[in-house]
Ligand binder design. Structure first.
Ligand SMILES: Nc1ncnc2c1ncn2[C@@H]1O[C@H](COP(=O)(O)OP(=O)(O)OP(=O)(O)O)[C@@H](O)[C@H]1O
Length: 699
């Protein structure tokens, strides 16, 4: 039999660095479950903070409980026992009592509670009330306040922890509860006093006590703010340090602003640049003409004209004798950029090169031959550009469109080609500046918050299922004017067969029914590449009137004659995603429409109202973030970006600003964090952030 590690003579004294396997009540199975929650050492347990609290100050009198109501009560156990049922399930039951009445409480399948809940114990119980020979409750949550009523009226707060399979929040709470008094006295403050003061938050040991064992919700939040502040501070410190190191490195290409190709393009453009485009370009030119490497994020709302900005930057590199590359996430988009660039550059006598995975061997050889020449060249492509075989002789500038669609590694790989090229990342997911600074603080950010002139506002509306026929007639009336329309179905995951079927059936119904006299196309991600392109090309060239599509059209497709977007099952989309979809219309000068069709629940209707009510992508992103969190905004969590356990850079905006200020102050007086007062923060950085190892000589 394997020795129980807890009994070995070498058992360490319980410290913050003790692995949780040594904690009382943690066996191998629990240790595994804890590891899933990121809890490996005793210290992590302290940082595993409740995500919710039940407040006993909202306690009802038992007599006031009504059937169906969700209530919280406090009562003393007057009798208890385990009852078997016919199906073999054992139920722990207790009757509790307060000054107003009695309540029968049952816990099916939890007979073991009989061992920990005793007669005379006071319980805080929360759950939905039923009536059956009196009041009954199956607690959703409960806490045993012990044999004496210890100030329960004064707002005992029940902490609810993020749980995982095989480990309930109650077990976690018991674990935290039984180790808190041992661990807390060992916690040392990590931040210098003036920084704490600036942040207006309590010291760490006190804050940890507050989050785990609060006496009121307000106190719990105060403790939480302390932990959130530390997280935000760490991220800003890392960004700031990365920036400082990058500033010192002067390994970038110092392009000269020759105004040859760029001026020629400006003269040839059929339109004037918007104020926002001019501003962004000025920032980019400043970066590119300096000897520091550019790492800039260009954030634009839909249709704000990012592509042209990337083109100007490419020309700046080319007029200095360098090559430029623009990488897009899909073949469709790469081809679209390629065509746009080809058209705009024709008067200048420049022919860009397209590199995608679908080139024939001969085309690939031709492209490769051009790229191996150390002569100015503009290459547009997909991730095929980062493949090893793709060699650039003199790559000086790289633009990455829809940057979050690429993995960190792919972005790095393209940036690593050539001689430290300047990098412009582009994103059509507008996020508030405060969030951008937190997520991308080591990038410089330019924002396009202005649409080209002459665009009409898009009319957006929600229509119930009962209005379907009228809506389809309205679509038809647009088609009669010679315009084109999209009908979009949700297909969040391309592998969801039922979604695919829904889109395919709808396509057949529309094509054979109301739009039988129209040219209707179907586009989804499962189509073979050439077919997809053929459909998209046909729509672009006006050979199709109506395009039934899944969300593959979301990114960047630009067809000016399309004025109608009909979205089915709108409740299944995130607001930012809807905003992207809507951005596919209203790109010419014509009045355009976006109609959300179908019956949705109350909650979805409220959410969608935000979308219908504004065309400001930043406002929509803000609402989306508030509702769905950061992961969803980008469709997926990105690796390599900071994630937060406690902080929420949006909700904690005020705290976030203070964290930035604090990071500035700290690094101004101690740039390498070598002073004794910085030791605590260094420890936090080195244990939590792999990047810290590159940025600080931590040990
Ligand atoms: N200053 C401008 N004036 C008029 N039209 C412009 C201007 N800038 C860009 N455009 C046109 O606006 C359209 C949208 O530009 P672009 O495709 O670059 O947008 P985007 O920012 O990439 O938007 P999305 O992310 O929605 O695709 C294009 O047809 C482009 O030619």
């Amino acid at each position: 039999m394997a020795a129980d590690p807890r009994r070995t003579p070498a058992q360490p004294k319980l410290s913050l660095d003790t692995p949780v396997t040594y904690l009382k009540g943690v066996g191998p199975a629990r240790a595994q479950a804890l590891a899933k929650l990121g809890v490996i050492f005793a210290r992590d347990l302290l940082y595993h903070v409740p995500h919710r609290y039940e407040d006993a100050s909202t306690v009802s009198r038992i007599a006031d409980l009504e059937a169906g109501m969700d209530g919280t009560v406090i009562g003393k156990v007057v009798s208890k026992g385990v009852i078997p049922t016919r199906k073999g399930l054992r139920i722990f039951q207790a009757v509790v009592k307060d000054a107003s009445g009695m309540l029968e409480v049952s816990w099916p399948g939890q007979p073991f509670l009989d061992r920990t809940i005793n007669k005379g114990d006071v319980l805080l119980l929360a759950g939905t009330v039923r009536f059956f020979h009196g009041r009954q409750l199956q607690p959703r949550e409960f806490v045993n306040l012990g044999p004496e009523e210890q100030g329960t009226g004064g707002g005992r707060v029940l902490s609810v922890y993020p749980a995982t399979e095989g480990l309930s929040f109650r077990q976690i709470r018991a674990l935290v509860e039984s180790h808190l008094d041992l661990l807390l006295p060992q916690v040392r403050e990590t931040l210098p006093p003036d920084i704490l003061k600036l942040a207006g938050v309590p010291p760490l040991p006190e804050a940890l006590r507050m989050v785990h064992r609060p006496t009121s919700i307000a106190e719990a939040l105060e403790g939480r703010a302390r932990l959130a502040f530390e997280e935000l501070l760490c991220v800003h410190v890392l960004h700031r340090r990365a920036n400082a190191l990058a500033r010192d490195k002067r390994d970038g290409i110092a392009f000269a602003n020759r105004r040859q190709l760029t001026s020629a393009l400006k003269a040839a453009l059929p339109f004037e640049l918007t104020g926002a485009q001019t501003r962004a370009l000025r920032e980019i030119v400043m970066d590119m003409t300096s000897d520091r490497r550019m790492h800039r994020l260009l954030q634009g709302d839909v249709g704000s004209g990012k592509t042209i900005v990337a083109l100007f930057a490419s020309l700046l590199a080319m007029e200095n004798g360098w090559q430029a590359a623009v990488m897009a996430p899909t073949e469709l988009l790469a081809e679209q950029h390629f065509r746009t660039f080809s058209r705009l550059l024709e008067p200048l006598g420049i022919r860009p090169v397209l590199v995608t995975g679908r080139l024939s061997a001969r085309e690939r050889r031709e492209a490769a031959a051009l790229m191996e020449q150390p002569a100015p060249l503009l290459v547009v492509g997909t991730h095929a550009l980062v493949q090893e075989a793709t060699q650039f002789a003199r790559l000086g500038f790289v633009a990455i469109d829809e940057q979050h669609r690429f993995g960190v590694e792919q972005r790095k790989a393209l940036g690593a080609k050539g001689h430290a090229p300047d990098v412009l990342l582009m994103s059509a997911t507008p996020i508030p500046r405060s969030l951008a600074l937190t997520l991308y603080g080591d990038l410089d950010v330019s924002i396009l918050d202005e649409k080209p002139p002459g665009r009409q506002p898009i009319t957006s509306a929600m229509r119930p299922e009962s209005a379907r026929e009228r809506v389809l007639q309205f679509v038809e009336s647009e088609l009669q004017k010679g315009r084109q329309a999209y009908v979009v179905y949700p297909l969040i995951d391309e592998s969801e067969k039922s979604d695919l079927k829904a889109a395919t059936i709808a396509y057949a119904e529309l094509a054979e029914g109301p739009f039988a006299s129209r040219r209707v196309g179907l586009l989804h991600g499962r189509l073979p590449g050439d077919e997809k392109d053929a459909v998209m090309r046909a729509f672009r060239d006006g050979e199709l009137d109506l395009l039934v599509a899944t969300t593959v059209i979301e990114v960047g497709i630009d067809v000016g004659n399309a004025t109608m977007m009909l979205i089915e099952h709108p409740e299944r989309f995130g607001l930012s995603q809807l905003h992207q979809l809507r951005g596919r219309v209203g790109r010419g000068g014509e009045q355009s429409y976006c109609i959300l069709l179908g019956d949705v629940g109350q909650e979805a209707a409220e959410r969608l109202q935000t979308f219908v009510g504004t065309e400001d992508g930043f406002e929509i992103a803000r609402a989306d973030l508030r509702l769905r969190g950061m992961g969803d905004l980008f469709g997926e969590r990105q690796s390599g970006e900071p994630t937060f356990r406690v902080a929420d850079p949006l909700r904690d905006e005020e705290l976030n600003l203070r964290a930035r200020e604090a990071a500035d102050r700290l690094l101004t007086r101690d740039p390498e964090l070598t002073a004794p007062e910085s030791q605590g923060l260094r420890n936090v950085l080195s244990t939590r952030y792999a990047r810290a190892l590159d940025l600080f000589r931590v040990g």
